[in-house]
Design a protein. Structure first.
Length: 246
């Protein structure tokens, strides 16, 4: 990974930050995006002064479409892109609103699509794109109707864009994590006791009886971004501790 350049959206916390730290530790130059000033500041502390930090909101169509132009101010070529930014809001089907729908589709699908579209012109030949999906795309999960639909769309995009971009030397794959210990768990609006009960239930479904870690997902992202995975194209790789098998 030495002297290679990678962009990570949603790279200021959780899986994105762990991936940025791993790539940087192996000699890569990373550019990370985030929309929260507090997490950007925390990421600066964790990553130091070498990375480029771009404040960009994946839910904004204008900012998604303009990301490529901003990145071009710093580099003429990317060796890989990890489109990782995403949001999740959960609740019974009858309680979901048009606002929930727009919030999740704007970030998880529209943002992914138009961010990548804006970056294609500076992706090298060869290069690699990794999209963050979820096992929710495959499983029927109570309370995740909209979220699951967005992640199913991401898996589909991974396959169709893999076919379309392969002639340009751009490999596209998706990652589908299961329960992972990341800050998103604290953003669900649930009381502490409810969060604890939910985590215990989800961990019990895993064959290894625990949540995965952001570092474990980062290692998978690193593999798919590197030439080590040069023969893997259009694949959705699950990393869930076996949850889908229970």
């Amino acid at each position: 990974m030495k002297n290679r350049t990678f962009l990570i959206t949603g790279g200021t916390s959780g899986i994105g930050l762990a991936t940025a730290q791993l790539l940087q530790s192996e000699g890569a130059w990373v550019i990370v995006t985030g929309r929260n000033p507090e997490t950007i500041a925390a990421a600066r502390t964790a990553l130091g002064s070498k990375p480029i930090f771009i404040r960009s909101d994946s839910s904004s169509l204008a900012e998604a479409q303009g990301l490529g132009a901003i990145v071009e101010e710093y580099t003429a070529k990317l060796d890989g892109v990890f489109i990782n930014a995403g949001v999740g809001q959960f609740g019974p089907f009858e309680t979901m609103t048009p606002q929930h729908y727009d919030d999740m589709f704007n970030v998880n699908v529209r943002g992914v699509y138009f961010q990548l579209q804006s970056l294609v012109r500076i992706l090298g030949n060869p290069s690699s794109v990794v999209l963050t999906a979820s096992i929710a795309a495959e499983l029927g999960m109570v309370g995740a109707s909209i979220y699951s639909a967005t992640k199913a769309a991401v898996v589909s995009l991974g396959k169709t864009l893999a076919v379309e971009l392969a002639p340009r030397g751009i490999r596209v794959n998706t990652i589908s994590p299961g329960p992972i210990e990341t800050p998103i768990l604290g953003k669900l609006g649930l009381p502490i006791e409810s969060q604890k009960a939910m985590k215990e239930q989800m961990a019990a479904q895993s064959l290894i009886k625990r949540f995965g870690t952001a570092d474990e997902v980062a290692k998978l992202a690193r593999f798919l971004l590197s030439s080590d995975s040069s023969n893997i194209i259009g694949t959705d790789v699950t990393i869930d501790g076996g949850v889908r098998l229970t």
